[in-house]
Design a protein around this ligand. Structure first.
Ligand code: PHE
Length: 455
């Protein structure tokens, strides 16, 4: 496929919403609040923001810039920018990382489809037992979660079949807009509960006693995961972006939206959990881990006025957020298959579906029949979650920073960042970004890894 025949995003806002759609996902609504709960609330938030500014934003700008300059899938992009070198294998690792993430991501996506269906039919609010039982019975069933996982993956594939403009861009625009409106409604409901202020305090008053070397890895992993960097998603989307986009500004906007959304999602969940726990005279359990959204929250909705409606809205938001991220992951694989294996878009989607769905089966079954099976001491699902967020993405980011900082020429980097000098980006800012990528980001990522290994 030649460069000319490649699709591009139709508008700036469409491009921004597609990228924001990739970034805003289960990482914000499902993962961030429980990570916050587990790792000392505001202390984690603070650490997260530092990681974001010092490491992730410069890496994101570089991934964006590399993708736009290369104008192809990750494999070919590295090959074009560094012909004949080993760098293209980094591109292949990025494609692999996307496969690994989508394989467990689609399982949680499937859970959100089921919860939405149950919330709409009244089955969720009408359930009489405790929600730990509801969730446990569902995810350990050998068939049901699998069916929902495939349904989720199928919906993702269906959007991608329509291509960049008509599929990805159009759906991201609609879904992200609806998502924002919904989550604001849920936040209003959550904050208006008596006692909610305790939850807000938890989110914004730091407890540094919980910060360890592992917290740093967790905060870094969460930042990489949440911004969708290190696995070729931003790079692939960037290859559909016009040459006159302001890369630094777009990246900063996306990072800002993503972080704001994570905090907003936290405000939708944590204050409500506190308020209802106080009302029932119980201890608020915000460190419940992955079950926070699927176990604690339905109980919270059940106890609050208008909870049935809040549950429908919330699980719809969760599903929309998950799909817009899943399409960016699948598009990495699809673009690779179209361009390197010369298959049609439809075939490429089918192959990606089978590949990710195939691994997804094992991730899903690891909550049921494959419960006892362990990879390095972790269940299949936890293994994929852990190695992708905490290892593959930061290592991908590290390699990308090294590529952009050391393999690309400084003049080329600045040229791409300033659109050939036509942008009024202060030179000092451009150079700061460049040096952050060249020295600070690789060093910081390495130190965090070292710190974790040694402690
Ligand atoms: N950023 C997405 C989220 O927060 C997940 C994701 C990771 C998507 C990596 C693409 C690439 O849920």
């Amino acid at each position: 496929m030649t460069r000319k025949s490649r699709e591009t995003f139709g508008s700036r806002i469409g491009m921004l919403l597609a990228m924001a759609g990739s970034a805003i996902g289960l990482g914000n609504i499902w993962r961030f609040p429980y990570m916050l709960g587990k790792n000392g609330g505001a202390a984690f938030l603070l650490l997260y923001i530092v990681m974001l500014i010092v490491i992730c934003l410069p890496v994101m700008i570089s991934e964006y810039l590399t993708g736009r300059r290369g104008g192809s899938n990750p494999f070919r992009t590295f090959d074009r920018l560094a012909p004949g070198s080993k760098w293209r294998w980094i591109g292949l690792i990025a494609v692999l990382a996307s496969v690994c993430i989508l394989s467990f991501y689609c399982v949680v996506g499937g859970w959100s489809v089921r919860y939405l269906v149950e919330a709409c039919s009244g089955g969720l609010m009408g359930y009489q037992g405790d929600y730990a039982g509801f969730f446990g019975t569902f995810i350990s069933n050998p068939w049901k979660p699998l069916a929902y996982t495939m349904l989720f993956l199928g919906m993702t594939g269906l959007i991608i079949v329509f291509g960049v403009r008509k599929g990805i861009e159009r759906m991201s625009k609609i879904m992200i807009t609806v998502l924002f409106v919904i989550i604001v409604l849920v936040v209003i409901r959550s904050l208006s509960l008596p006692g909610a202020v305790e939850g807000v305090r938890y989110m914004f008053v730091p407890d540094f006693s919980k910060v360890t070397a592992n917290t740093c890895i967790a905060a870094m992993g969460q930042a990489f995961f949440s911004l969708s960097i290190g696995c070729g998603c931003i790079l692939t989307y960037a290859s559909y972006v016009h040459k006159d986009e302001n890369i630094a500004a777009s990246s900063a906007w996306i990072a800002f939206f993503d972080t704001a959304f994570a905090v907003i999602a936290g405000l939708a969940i944590i204050p409500a959990v506190y308020a209802i726990a106080l009302m029932n005279g119980a201890d608020p359990d915000v460190s419940a881990g992955p079950g926070l959204v699927f176990i604690t929250l339905p109980g919270v909705f059940k106890s609050m006025p208008l909870g049935g409606l809040a549950a429908v809205l919330f699980f719809l938001a969760l599903l929309l957020a998950a799909i817009t991220s899943a399409i960016s992951l699948m598009e990495v694989v699809v673009a690779f298959i179209i361009e390197e294996m010369r298959r049609s878009r439809l075939r490429a989607v089918l192959i990606s579906f089978l590949l990710c769905g195939g691994i997804g089966v094992f991730c899903s079954l690891s909550f049921g029949p494959l419960d006892g099976f362990r990879l390095f001491g972790l269940s299949v699902f936890d293994f994929f979650d852990y190695i992708t967020s905490n290892i593959m993405l930061p290592v991908g980011g590290l390699l990308l920073a090294v590529f952009a900082g050391w393999r690309l020429k400084r003049a080329d980097y600045i040229d791409e960042l300033t659109n050939g000098g036509t942008l009024k980006l202060p030179r000092r800012l451009a150079l700061t970004i460049y040096y952050l990528v060249k020295f600070v980001a690789p060093l910081a990522i390495s130190l965090i890894f070292l710190n974790c290994i040694l402690s």
